[in-house]
Design a protein around this ligand. Structure first.
Ligand code: ATP
Ligand code: MG
Length: 622
């Protein structure tokens, strides 16, 4: 049974409630981390449904990750179980693909990365006449084409752009030719890449006014979370869709961390001009973190620029006077061991403030923690290795935010490769591995329903036999079959799986420490957070060890990481770190020095870890 609207509004502060019940056509909430932006957005959707102001079919909520879309749906459903699942909560890419399929009979299939590189390689060869093209060149052009597509720029398609938008970044005439050729090859093979989805959808809307009108009439209430992360293509799509609809967006320019992917918080700042007369709401009460954590993170973010610093100040509603813990260790392995020890103490119900001392009388921790209360954040993925090793050794259960692994499981992976070959979307690698099956696949006749196809192919691979010996494979197979029931066309099944590959999946139901990049931690919260590798060169990150590409974005990323913490925040760094197999001396991150000394407690770890063997050094390289 659904709860009353009173419950939806329960506990909201006056600004949040005002946002939920706003009568304005356009609403923008700008507010800092943990102020309940996402919660307010969810409550508004639930409230609109509850009050019968909107039908669930008329609501579109756009997010940047599948995880965020899933969480939004879950939260709405908890308020409105009967209607929640009818709301469209999707990523930009997912929404565009579904729209194309539903309204435009879109038949092109989404490629896996290896096929994309293959086709791009062919395009480069065709244009340059070279027989061999270095991988590095292909990936450079790939990044360039992606960036152009994200900005809806294509050679010879100037019609889409108004005066202020420059047409195709004039890079290199050869690259422009490659872009054209690559797109032609995709079209001939009925393939599409990820970035095509928004572009093709936008093009379609621009050319087909009747269709655009239908879609506009469908989605009369549009919501966007994390609006500060919009890139130009997503921004223009939203503007186009929301011309006459209700629009409700939330964001925080201080948490804009995807500039390297073409995101630009200027689009957020432009909202009040794009939607004249919009209602602007600020939230100032933070429900996530202690005041100390907020003060420290405020000091870091406000040092970065001379923006309206009073405007970005937020206030804690949680008690807690625990200082920020800043821990220095000898090496990255000592850092990992120290973090592990702190977690063990916390789970054991001991005071766990310090790294080396047993208990401390100044402890602010008087409760027992579960493993899932802890998160370890890092700037680059390879930092995870040291933690994984230390935690395994100490018997600390952990999970790494990653792609959901079940599709990569032997057996499932093979099966899906066969499906790709059957649909003409197999890469060379796919085909080589299944050379013996190629003639048999050629004999299969289209059209074929997904379940039947999977059954046939699984029979060839003798997957059932594998399944009997491996429980997890059986579960994965079960999951795949359930999807097959939902997507009756094999092409739709593959597309759905391809879209569902965020590298930030975390299982919230398990009692494990979460390991993830600072980027993947966006929007999340944990009682105890370790921001690790706080060294200049790591955060702020410098690819070559010296030059930081975008210092402001690094600062915002550090801010995002710090503000994930609810009760305790640790900033850890190592004096020495192995980078590409070579040991380097490290300096404490300059961001730490922006935090007032009084807010923090500084510690040096005595933990020593024996020199690593050469085998381990190899591991850290990859
Ligand atoms: P971020 O910028 O990190 O995405 P946010 O502004 O979206 O943060 P939420 O994740 O919505 O913040 O909320 C942060 C925490 O505060 C959540 O645990 C949420 O349930 C809680 N919260 C939000 N509003 C209230 C409230 N009025 N009363 C109690 N708790 C609240
Ligand atoms: Mg949020």
């Amino acid at each position: 049974a659904s709860v009353s609207s009173k419950n939806i509004l329960d506990g909201l502060n006056p600004e949040q409630e005002r946002a939920v019940k706003s009568e304005s056509r356009a609403v923008v909430i700008q507010a800092g981390p943990g102020t309940g932006k996402t919660r307010t957005l969810t409550a508004r959707i639930a409230w609109l449904l509850r009050e019968n102001r909107a039908a669930p079919e008329n609501i579109l909520a756009l997010t940047f990750t599948n995880k965020a879309a899933g969480e939004l749906t879950g939260r709405i459903e908890s308020f409105m179980p009967k209607q929640g699942h009818l709301v469209t909560a999707a990523t930009f890419h997912g929404f565009c693909l579904n729209t194309l399929k539903r309204y435009a009979d879109f038949k092109r299939g989404l490629m896996e990365d290896d096929l994309r590189f293959e086709v791009l390689g062919l395009a480069v060869k065709a244009v340059t006449g070279e027989k061999k093209v270095p991988k590095k060149t292909v990936s450079k052009i790939d990044a360039w084409i992606s960036l152009q597509k994200q900005q809806l720029k294509a050679p010879g398609d100037e019609s889409l752009h108004d005066a202020e938008e420059s047409v195709l970044e004039d890079f290199d005439p050869v690259w422009t030719e490659v872009y054209k050729t690559y797109d032609r090859l995709l079209q001939e093979r009925s393939l599409a890449d990820f970035e095509d989805l928004i572009f093709i959808c936008f093009r379609l809307f621009s050319k087909d006014a009747a269709l655009l009108e239908r879609v506009r009439q469908q989605y009369t209430y549009i919501f966007v979370d994390e609006y500060q992360d919009l890139n130009s293509g997503q921004y223009r799509l939203v503007k186009l869709l929301a011309q006459n609809s209700h629009i409700f967006v939330i964001g925080d320019p201080d948490q804009s961390i995807y500039g390297f992917r073409g995101s630009d918080s200027r689009f957020f700042n432009r909202f009040e001009h794009d939607f004249l007369g919009c209602e602007q709401i600020r939230l100032r009460r933070n429900y996530r973190s202690t005041q100390t954590i907020l003060d420290a993170s405020f000091q870091v973010i406000s040092m970065g620029d001379d923006k309206d610093n009073e405007g970005r100040k937020i206030y804690a509603s949680l008690d807690g006077t625990q200082k920020i813990l800043i821990n220095e260790t000898a090496s990255e392995s000592a850092e990992a061991v120290a973090v592990g020890k702190i977690i063990e103490k916390g789970v054991g119900g001991l005071s766990f403030l310090s790294m080396d001392k047993g208990t401390g009388s100044d402890s602010g921790t008087d409760r027992e923690y579960a493993f899932s209360d802890f998160a370890v954040l890092y700037r680059t993925r390879h930092q995870a290795m040291a933690f994984a090793k230390a935690f395994e050794k100490a018997g600390i259960p952990f999970q790494t935010a990653d792609r959901e692994h079940w599709v990569d499981m032997a057996g499932i992976k093979d099966l899906l490769a066969l499906v790709r070959i059957f649909l003409g979307r197999g890469s060379e690698a796919d085909q080589q591995q299944f050379a013996q099956f190629l003639p048999r696949i050629a004999e299969l006749s289209l059209p074929m329903n997904t379940s039947k196809l999977l059954g046939t192919l699984a029979g060839w691979l003798d997957i059932k036999a594998l399944g009997n010996t491996d429980e997890t494979l059986a579960a994965a197979l079960h999951r795949l079959n359930a999807l097959a029931d939902r997507y009756s066309s094999p092409c739709d099944l593959l597309d759905a799986l391809r879209l569902d590959q965020d590298p930030d999946f975390l299982d919230k139901t398990v009692e494990k420490v979460s390991l993830m990049t600072m980027h993947a931690a966006k929007g999340l919260e944990f009682p105890v957070v370790f921001v690790t590798g706080c060294e200049t060169g790591t955060i702020p990150f410098a690819r070559d060890g010296k030059t930081v590409e975008d210092p402001d974005e690094e600062r915002r990323l550090f801010y995002v990481a710090m503000t994930r913490a609810k009760e305790m925040l640790y900033l850890t760094y190592a004096r020495k770190r192995r980078i590409f197999g070579r040991e380097q001396h490290r300096n404490r991150s300059c961001f730490i020095d922006d935090i007032e000394k009084e807010l923090a407690r500084y510690e040096k770890g005595k933990t020593q870890v024996k020199k690593q063997k050469s085998k381990d050094i190899q591991l850290e390289l990859f």
